[in-house]
Design a protein around this ligand. Structure first.
Ligand SMILES: Cc1cc2nc3c(=O)[nH]c(=O)nc-3n(C[C@H](O)[C@H](O)[C@H](O)COP(=O)(O)O)c2cc1C
Ligand SMILES: C=C(O[C@@H]1CC(C(=O)O)=C[C@@H](OP(=O)(O)O)[C@H]1O)C(=O)O
Length: 363
């Protein structure tokens, strides 16, 4: 079935369902010679793995990655890399009573109306569990980006209305919510507890910053870097909005306020979020995504079944109270995948092109 692939030069295809035998990804286009092993990929997967903190699904998945191909003696060979993660704790029986009822906010009704059938076991392909495969692929992209000293960080800037006002990047990996603000962290934790106790769910905002990206990545039309980032981020379940740089706030600014003035040493501001006309400008790339609240909640709601009979639904089972924090490493992975893809596309162009990689300071 088409629609499971992202990228052109660094292509990924994910497969698998939440309650199927396994999930996985095939990466095609990764250059040979990169150091890679399961432990490196596992480290990234562990950041997304379910059940590590309060408010997260208690489903017990180790998310152990099996590296099946494309690596020999610890280095990529340039051939397709296949990564497999077995499902170990799917409990499909929890879904049997609602197998012909549509959960409000989830993909049940749209999958059914599109295909005439759906895998009702844990949301099937529409499940957030599919993102494990993306994170595994993102680890390979991370390895590639490291060779260019490109770093991507993602963190929670809002959760259930609590906003982070500090951006301490060193703090984000020290707490489970990937919050960059120690003061906001405890308020966010309280908020999750409160909402979980009420049988409800919450959303939030994730910010992603890419540092060290050379100027020149992105195509002039359609495959613009910002367009590809927006698509990749929007393709994650529960993401309902994507902003680059000043984003929606730019609509309120004057040209004189929004333009990032240019000096011989760099841009004075970064409202562009590191991208102009679809092409990276050498500044930090900044994206933000709006994450909606988890649809499966235990509060009673109105819905219909497959025959449109009115029904009431209260969803049990093992659900997250918020896609945050587990969506944070997924956003990070998606940005890495897009940057890896565009980096390889630019490298294939550069033998015939004068490429100014770092306009303000030659690295
Ligand atoms: C990491 C992650 C975890 C998620 N956990 C759940 C969950 O436990 N229960 C649920 O109903 N939805 C969960 N979702 C959200 C659904 O996957 C998503 O809302 C659904 O696919 C509908 O797609 P849409 O929100 O993009 O419209 C999760 C999403 C992500 C990315
Ligand atoms: C298992 C994961 O998250 C799942 C995402 C999810 C959904 O509907 O998106 C629903 C729950 O799945 P299930 O009801 O099948 O246990 C979560 O546990 C994971 O991310 O690894």
């Amino acid at each position: 079935m088409p629609g499971n692939t992202l990228g052109q030069a660094f292509r990924i295809t994910t497969f698998g369902e939440s309650h199927g035998r396994a999930l996985g990804v095939v990466i095609d286009g990764c250059p040979p010679g990169l150091e890679l092993d399961e432990a490196y990929i596992q480290e990234e997967l562990d950041k997304r793995r379910p059940g590590k903190a309060l408010g997260e699904t208690p489903r017990k998945e180790k998310d152990r990655v099996h590296l099946l191909s494309g690596v020999f003696e610890g280095r990529t060979t340039g051939t397709p890399i296949a990564l497999l993660i077995y499902n170990e704790d799917a409990r499909s029986s929890a879904y049997e009573t609602i197998k012909d009822i549509f959960r409000p906010g989830h993909g049940d009704c749209t999958y059914f109306w599109k295909y005439g059938l759906r895998d009702w076991r844990g949301g099937g392909r529409s499940s957030g569990r599919e993102t494990a495969a993306r994170v595994a692929a993102g680890a390979v992209a991370k390895r590639l980006l490291e060779t260019w000293n490109i770093e991507v960080h993602a963190y929670t800037v809002a959760l259930g209305g609590v906003k982070a006002s500090k951006r301490d990047l060193s703090f984000i990996y020290q707490n489970r919510l990937f919050c960059p603000d120690p003061e906001a962290l405890s308020k966010m934790e309280e908020r999750i507890k409160e909402i979980r106790a009420k049988g409800d769910s919450i959303g939030g905002v994730v910010e992603i910053v890419a540092q060290g990206v050379p100027a020149g990545l992105g195509e002039p039309v359609f495959d613009k870097l910002d367009a590809d980032l927006a698509k990749a981020l929007m393709s994650i379940g529960a993401v309902k909005g994507v902003e680059i740089g000043a984003g929606f706030a730019a609509a309120e600014l004057l040209g004189s306020e929004n333009n990032d003035e240019i000096t011989p040493h760099g841009f004075k501001t970064n409202n562009a979020g590191g991208i102009l006309a679809g092409i990276s400008n050498g500044d930090e790339i900044i994206c933000r995504v709006a994450v909606k609240p988890i649809p499966s909640i235990s509060k009673e709601q109105e819905t219909v079944d497959e025959r449109l009979n009115p029904r009431k639904i209260k969803i049990g089972g093992r659900h997250d109270a918020s896609a945050i924090p587990r969506i944070v490493p997924v956003c990070q992975a998606m940005v890495r995948l897009v940057l890896a893809d565009h980096l390889l596309r630019q490298l294939s162009l550069s033998p015939f092109t004068k490429w100014t990689k770092y306009p303000f300071s030659e690295k």
